[in-house]
Design a protein around this ligand. Structure first.
Ligand code: SF4
Length: 451
């Protein structure tokens, strides 16, 4: 039986931003890559092995001329595995050093003037070079010999997680952590789906089967990209696809004052909990947080709860963002009876950092609104996306990447989302709301006996 598609369902309705055409977005952080987890020593050895495997096929004669094939085959024939490494710490460190020396020898040969340029353009060789640089330091000793040592995080430094390779077989997979006990190597996916308010669901009740929420965007990144960095690209994609939401429901990892303001400029209201004022006073839930000060934007002055006015108003750039730093006079703060509630600075004066006026006012209004019961009731709508996340895990096995590399993993996720939409539409279209409920065997027996 064909069912009429409700108005909120089509792109026209969502694009126009009808009252209930909200969208949901939520991170599904743990997406494990399709490759084996490797520690740093395994990564170094396996990277040498991957390059050798590629060169053995692409340039066997060149390879035989630059390394001792028998020796390397003995060391890198089987896969490099921590379980088969020596148990002694000294021997393992020596093995890590050998991996580094082999990687250096191979890279030197590939980048020598006599080597064909295409040798170093083989992906496994290029990745070996990256792993070598990221994992080892090379110095020349007094006798002019190269000394290859594993990088020490404290003394030599290691690259940030966003650039550090995790496997020679998947150049885009990254290690990441969430909380104290969740570590994974792979990706993150952000699912966005349509949603409609309960009142609208009731209006659709004649269908008996509620209309499904459909996934409108899938955004996949490597595991190190913070959720807040996904907000803008997701909204851009939705706008380009003409499914721009009127209201965008997101959890607290996605918003910032800048993003909320920019989205509002495009007609998108972000319904999301903003992190609270993180000044020490606000965190301690006592004393004078920012909201206790009266800000005179035109006069460029701030009045404190004790009635003193600021003496400095300095527009600055902090961490690449515009801000205004305000300070108060020592003569006012030092003798102030409320000083302990206001500041613990050694100078004894209070300083405030504000965002520009529009951002400040929008943030203050959002924080005030999110403390109301009506906002909490409205925000409860976002919880529906958790069911979508679970359905994606159960039905499409989205937790583990089936392919290597971000472009292919993105394709997998796009297909998974499409499959979920088809499953939902099929369930909705093929369920007959007018069908009588199934009569149980017990009921049939009861009719027979009664008849
Ligand atoms: S410490 Fe300074 S800024 Fe704070 S309430 Fe007292 S006078 Fe005002």
């Amino acid at each position: 039986m064909h069912r009429k598609v409700p108005a909120w369902f089509g792109p026209e309705a969502v694009g126009k931003g009808t009252a209930h055409s909200g969208n949901l977005a939520n991170g599904l952080p743990v997406l494990i890559s399709a490759v084996r987890d490797l520690n740093r020593t395994e990564l170094a050895g396996e990277s040498v092995r991957a390059a050798l495997e590629a060169l053995a096929v692409a340039a066997p004669s060149w390879l035989a001329a630059v390394i001792d094939i028998a020796e390397f085959a003995d060391r890198y024939g089987p896969r490099v595995d921590g379980w088969t490494m020596p148990s002694s710490k000294t021997k393992r460190e020596r093995l890590a050093q050998v991996f580094g020396q082999d990687a250096l020898a191979l890279c030197r040969a590939a980048w020598s003037d006599t080597a064909p340029v295409w040798i170093r353009e083989i992906e496994a060789v290029a990745l070996l070079r990256q792993v070598l640089v990221q994992t080892y330091t090379v110095r020349v000793d007094a006798r002019g010999r190269d000394v290859v040592s594993k990088r020490d995080a404290d003394n030599d430094g290691v690259p940030p997680g966003s650039t550090r390779l995790a496997s020679p077989y998947d150049p885009d997979a990254r290690w990441s952590a969430k909380g104290d006990d969740l570590f994974w190597c792979g990706y993150k996916i952000h699912l966005t789906e349509t949603c409609h308010a309960p009142a609208e669901a009731e209006a659709e009740a004649y269908l008996r089967v509620p209309a499904p929420n459909l996934i409108t965007d899938v955004h996949t990144t490597d595991a190190t990209v913070p959720d807040v960095k996904a907000t803008e690209p997701i909204q851009k994609n939705l706008t380009e696809r003409e499914v721009k939401p009127a209201e965008h429901y997101l959890d607290s990892d996605y918003p910032s004052a800048d993003l909320i303001t920019a989205a509002a400029g495009q007609g998108i209201t972000m319904v999301t909990p903003l992190l609270a004022d993180h000044s020490p006073q606000a965190k301690a839930a006592e004393g004078f947080g920012k909201s206790a000060f009266q800000i005179g934007w035109k006069a460029r002055q701030v009045r404190c709860p004790e009635g003193s006015t600021s003496i400095g108003w300095y527009p600055v750039t902090q961490h690449g963002r515009d801000a205004i730093v305000i300070d108060f006079a020592r003569a006012d703060c030092r003798p102030c009876p409320s000083r302990t509630k206001c500041t613990n600075s050694v100078r004894g004066t209070r300083m405030l950092t504000l965002r520009p006026r529009e951002l400040h006012e929008r943030t203050a209004a959002a924080r005030a609104e999110q403390n109301t019961e009506s906002w909490r009731t409205k925000y409860a709508l976002r919880a529906g996306v958790e069911g979508t996340v679970n359905q994606a895990l159960d039905l499409t096995g989205i937790r583990r990447a089936r392919y290597r590399g971000l472009p292919k993993v993105r394709v997998q996720h796009a297909f998974s989302a499409t499959a979920l939409n088809v499953v939902r539409l099929d369930a909705w279209w093929t369920t007959d709301p007018l069908r009588k409920p199934r009569t149980s065997r017990l009921e049939r027996l009861s009719y027979r006996l009664a008849g």
